[in-house]
Design a protein around this ligand. Sequence first.
Ligand code: ZN
Length: 461
Amino acid sequence: MSTLLVRNIERLATMDDHRREIASGGLFIRDGFIEQVGLSTELPSTADEILDLSGHIVLPGLINTHHHFYQTLTRVVPAAQNSNLFHWLKILYPIWARMKPEHIRISTKTALAELALSGCTTASDHLYLYPNGSKLDDEIHAAREVGLRLHASRGSMSLGESKGGLPPDSVVEDEDEILNDSQRLIEQYHDPQPGSYTQVVLAPCSPFSVTSDLMRQSALLAREYGIQLHTHLAETKDEEEFCLELFGHRPVGYMAEVDWIGDDVWFAHSVHVNQEEIKLYARTGCGVAHCPTSNMRLASGIAPILDMLSAGVNVGLGVDGSASNDGSHLLEETRQAMLLSRVRAGMMGASLSGEDAPPLMSARTALEMATRSSAAVLGRTDIGSLEPGKCADFFAINLHQIDYAGALHDPLAALVFCAPRRVDYTVVGGKMIVKEGHMETVDEQALISQHNTLANQLMVG
Ligand SMILES: [Zn+2]
């Protein structure tokens, strides 16, 4: 039994059902779970460990619903800087095909450290190529060293170029092997209990890289074990044309055809969806991982997020892979989501003074997506808000810095409107992962140097 008392928090944003924001707040934590939330003066006065967060704002840990950790090795590759999705992938596939297990391990630690330093406490990752003996196990073990909660997606590609798919045949896998490995991973690692640190997800990569049969078989297997399904969907116009030509359906229609509709499914992107498809998502509980920076970087388009939210769709946030972001800063992604939504509102005819102007996404809505809605997208009820019984996952930022000077009439909104910065504390299950702005669980400098060496090796081949 161990207890942690967090007290004197200048502003505590709970993201609970009442969206309580408490001045001079505190948390009392026992064995990794929150026991009490309230005014500092109402909480016990002692604990095994006490953290004084005077001058800080505290929020529930941010939750990342889409990433490809390994891509931190191929950020800003010159030939892929100015391309859209299909061309970008064709440039990068052969580079990624050179990865070994060590690349997976080190890039996982880099991406998770970067996420933790931006306030993230739970991350989903989508690993869909396994060259040279790499396994999802490499990622799962590395994540345990960093200490964040991981939803590890067993991605897959089986439709190579010779069969009409986009990836080269050298990076696709045999479908029986994919399914056997998926089952092994679920049985070995998936933990559905409250406070879980590792969950396994089945995630065939995209309509243009796997067969319909693998989609159907993956759904059957996932449902047999009660685990979630994830894939890229409706990301670009190219994909829409591919689906219409090959399957005779738009991407969402194709998902219905292969039994990939339901509250156990979430899709990355969903940029090119129409109003009927949004209603289908809302009605059936399909979640969306919104990745605004990647959508801008690859010129994919602007997802109709406010339409989805007003229809009742669960929308979470994702930084997407670091070859199309090229960072893993989840608080920055929250800001991008708010700003890009406003660009769309402007394009749809918003006028700053007109009464008919469409609503603009608020900072609080963006933060809600990054916390409680992202938790719902991942099928979790034990994270995403700070309330008794939930995991003690939170981050803190010192408000008395130049970045927030003049913005303290609304500290919570300031986190989104003002320029994003490194957090001061990130705590997962009551354990400090970031302390005073630095990683506690990894040696940052050693990791950076290892990571750069491996990235250089990949580029030279
Ligand atoms: Zn992606």
